[in-house]
Design a binder for this molecule. Structure first.
Ligand SMILES: Nc1nc2c(c(=O)[nH]1)N[C@H]1C(S)=C(S)[C@@H](COP(=O)(O)OP(=O)(O)OC[C@H]3O[C@@H](n4cnc5c(=O)[nH]c(N)nc54)[C@H](O)[C@@H]3O)O[C@H]1N2
Ligand SMILES: Nc1nc2c(c(=O)[nH]1)N[C@H]1C(S)=C(S)[C@@H](COP(=O)(O)OP(=O)(O)OC[C@H]3O[C@@H](n4cnc5c(=O)[nH]c(N)nc54)[C@H](O)[C@@H]3O)O[C@H]1N2
Ligand code: SF4
Ligand SMILES: [Mo]
Length: 716
């Protein structure tokens, strides 16, 4: 320990800071003890009304993130002789000049952008990112949405009239939770902000409730579930349709509070009822008596909710799965019912708000393959071909913010090559990673502990209504810029040169203050709580706004306040699916699926030894029978190959895998030239997205099918 430092800072300088963790959707409350600029400990904030004393190991790694000497603190530019530091103003000028030059020569569509996952965890990214990107009116906008939750937002838009009106499973009051393709024990929940999931599940079980899980792997969540069923990857739609068919056949449907507000429900149920139960059962590999038992239990539970996440969001029938999940909650009367699936009422309401964006679909299509726009963005599976395919409208420049699409998007190796073909690339990110290494300039924002935060998105998907503002823990270094300031600086320059309209814009905290005041608990709505930023600053542990409450039909954003149960595209997709299940299943090969671990965070933080310590987790899990059939042994190096590529990785025999299915976690593959900075060799790993396929998509919306990818496995 540094004695001089210890002597110069007395215990009296110790302070305790409370904030919300913004690393994942759970937004846990943290209690951070610091002395000077040193973090002494990171513990749960027991007084947080949502997280109730829960944290995970990632929060503790925030110390490493803050202290990491490899975290960029100054702009850098790529030169013939390597990376060189730059002054901020010169960097802004250079980036704006290069981007504008390309727009002037080739048009705005020549400049694409990718918004990575942390954008939604950083409120400045949300309040100012779109405003910056709007200065270049490009149709080539991409984000992590299309490797993630696109089906949820699309269905919310089609059925409830707004892309953010995603019903949330009311885990704290439900008696029967049916989960497909989610592993909240590792992920801490997604599109269901559910910190303290283990505690909440125990409470559910203590009141006699059940968790039933469908997953091709017996996961950490399966271990604590009341029942786990293996399901063949990509076949959940058959299981869900069979549940609905049985509910209809046996008159198990139950009118909800909303009867009369469902439009098209009979049409949808008639089409599902026409499917062949034997074929559905054969397709998903779950026998009819089991499906009947679950249908009866779900329909007769006083309060039930069905919920599906990554395993069913990112597969070929992802949108169909999400639709069937909505219908299941609706026909059993569990939508908008306490203990069922409800809409939240967050303090900053992005739905009932003058700047609200309900959504849009198919307003334009991608140039090369004709994939549809959603919410102003195109599916990211099309990004590489838009760069590589010559012609009018070809992408020649790229802006990435808070993302690593080389590791995160399907056929990442192709994108890796495509990025080399760009005329110019700028990345707003504080790490040199597998993607940003292609940039001409990297602009690093402040670290999360150096700025304030209000979670605009995840309060809106939480299992309880709460609100919390986090002040910065540390003052930022004198010459550092927040994300939103980088966006403003670039946006101002680009707008001036391209002549786009630009009006002054409030800071993120001012946007939130206004949002709180005009929000449902705000003074301007005459709510007794009179929520404002000042009120939240005075409540550093956050404020409790109560359990989720029924809110329909008022909350619906559809014309006439109807729930539109039969979106035409879903009826067509169901017809297509009916043809698929009548066909003969080709069963010989292996299916690749993904997984997450509590000691990993998407494609980053793998340089925190504190976080990744323990056994190497980037291994292929495979059933012992499948290994034996190929003459392979546990621990062997194997070659996994798909249509687009191959990786070599160690295999681990695991009877937690369904036979015929192999699992590899994403976010790894730090072995690409020059990017393994600070990451131990043992933890470099391989990327499953060198196997996932840019052509293997959910046909409804172009979302990536990251799960259920056909692969072969052989000795390396
Ligand atoms: N095969 C497979 N692929 C997947 C998935 C899967 O399950 N299987 N999951 C998909 C999902 S759900 C997602 S969300 C994506 C995630 O993939 P991406 O969208 O690529 O997001 P991350 O990997 O989280 O990106 C991390 C980058 O953001 C930077 N960053 C962190 N915080 C900030 C910040 O505050 N400001 C800025 N400017 N930068 C910051 C980090 O330094 C890091 O470089 O991966 C997807 N890819
Ligand atoms: N520790 C940690 N937490 C995280 C993240 C992280 O990287 N690390 N990432 C965050 C992000 S960005 C997100 S989006 C969430 C995701 O949150 P989750 O969706 O809960 O996380 P996953 O582990 O991807 O769970 C997907 C599950 O689907 C299963 N599966 C795969 N294919 C199928 C299928 O066809 N059918 C069915 N029924 N199941 C299938 C997989 O085996 C896996 O268990 O997690 C968030 N939380
Ligand atoms: S679960 Fe998510 S929000 Fe909670 S401490 Fe871990 S990373 Fe942070
Ligand atoms: Mo995600």
């Amino acid at each position: 320990m540094d004695q001089t430092k210890a002597a110069s800072v007395s215990p009296a300088d110790e302070r305790i800071h409370h904030r919300a963790c913004n690393l994942c959707e759970a937004i846990c409350g943290l209690e951070i003890r610091v002395r000077g600029n040193e973090i002494l400990s990171i513990r749960p904030d027991d007084a947080d009304p949502l997280s109730q004393g829960h944290i995970c190991p990632k929060a503790v790694a925030l110390k490493d993130l803050y202290e990491d000497p490899d975290r960029l603190r100054q702009p850098i530019r790529r030169t013939e002789s390597g990376w060189e530091p730059m002054e901020w103003e010169a960097a802004f000028d250079l980036v704006a000049d290069r981007l504008c030059g390309i727009v002037e020569k080739h048009g705005p569509d020549a400049v694409a952008n990718y918004l990575g996952n942390p954008t939604v965890h950083n409120y400045g990214g949300l309040t100012h990112g779109p405003r910056f990107l709007g200065t270049i009116r490009t149709k080539n906008r991409f984000s992590a949405t299309s490797v993630d939750q696109l089906p949820h937002q699309l269905l919310a838009y089609w059925m409830y009239g707004h892309q953010l009106l995603v019903p949330i499973a009311d885990i704290d009051r439900c008696d029967y939770l049916l989960v497909l393709g989610a592993n909240p024990m590792a992920s801490n929940g997604s599109l269901m902000t559910v910190p303290a999931f283990p505690k909440r599940l125990k409470a559910l079980q203590a009141r006699g409730g059940k968790l039933v899980l469908l997953d091709p792997r017996r996961t950490e969540t399966a271990e604590v579930a009341d029942e786990h069923l293996f399901i063949r990857p990509g076949t959940d739609a058959a299981f869900l349709a069979a549940l609905l068919k049985i509910i209809d056949r046996d008159n198990l449907a139950r009118p909800g509070r909303l009867s009369g507000f469902e439009d098209g429900l009979e049409v949808a149920m008639a089409d599902i009822g026409a499917l062949d139960l034997d074929a559905l059962s054969a397709h998903c590999g779950i026998d009819i008596p089991t499906i009947e038992r679950i249908a009866r239990a779900f329909a007769s539970a006083p309060r039930a909710a069905a919920y599906g996440r990554m395993g069913v969001s990112t597969q070929v029938r992802g949108t169909l799965c999400q639709w069937l999940i909505q219908l299941l909650n609706i026909v059993t009367g569990n939508l908008d019912r306490e203990g069922g699936a409800l809409f939240t009422q967050p303090a900053v309401d992005l739905i009932d708000n003058p700047t609200s964006k309900p959504g849009s679909f198919g307003r334009w299509k991608s140039r090369v393959r004709g994939l549809p726009e959603f919410g102003g963005e195109l599916p990211v599976a099309a990004l590489a071909e838009e760069i590589l395919t010559e012609g009018e409208g070809q992408v020649r420049a790229l802006i990435t913010m808070a993302g690593n699409p080389v590791l995160s998007t399907p056929n990442g190796a192709q994108l890796d090559r495509a990025l080399d073909a760009l005329d110019f690339m700028v990345s707003i990110d504080f790490y040199l990673n597998e993607t940003t290494r292609h940039a001409d300039v990297i602009l690093p924002p402040t670290c999360t502990l150096e700025h304030d935060h209000y979670d605009l998105i995840f309060h809106a998907f939480a299992v309880r209504n709460t609100a919390r503002y986090s002040a910065p823990l540390f003052e930022r270094p004198a010459d550092a810029r927040h994300d939103w300031e980088i966006f403003e600086a670039l946006g101002d320059r680009i707008a001036a040169r391209l002549g786009s309209k630009r009006t002054p814009h409030p800071r993120p905290d001012q946007v939130v203050d206004m949002g709180l005041q005009i929000g449902p608990y705000g003074g301007m709505r005459k709510h007794p709580m009179k929520l404002s930023l000042a009120a939240l600053k005075a409540a550093p542990h956050g404020v409790d706004l109560g359990a989720l409450e029924p809110s329909l039909p008022q909350r619906l954003q559809t014309p006439g306040k109807f729930i539109l149960c039969a979106p035409p595209a879903m009826i067509a997709e169901l017809a297509d699916f009916a043809k698929e299940i009548r066909g003969v299943a080709s069963e010989s090969g292996l299916s690749l699926i993904g997984r997450r671990h509590v000691r990993s965070n998407n494609s980053w933080m793998h340089n925190s030894q504190r976080l990744v310590k323990g056994p190497v987790r980037n291994r292929l899990l495979m059933h012992p029978g499948d290994l034996a059939a190929r003459g392979l042994r546990d621990g062997a190096k194997v070659r996994v190959a798909s249509r687009v590529g191959a990786v070599e990785v160690e295999v681990e025999a695991s009877d937690a895998m369904m036979p015929g299915v192999v699992s590899l976690p994403h976010g790894w593959g730090h072995d690409r030239a020059g990017t393994r900075i600070g990451i131990a060799e043992a933890h470099a790993g391989v990327s499953p997205n060198d196997l996932t396929d840019d052509q293997y998509l959910d046909a409804v919306c172009g979302n990536a099918a990251l799960n259920g990818v056909p692969v072969t496995v052989a000795a390396a």
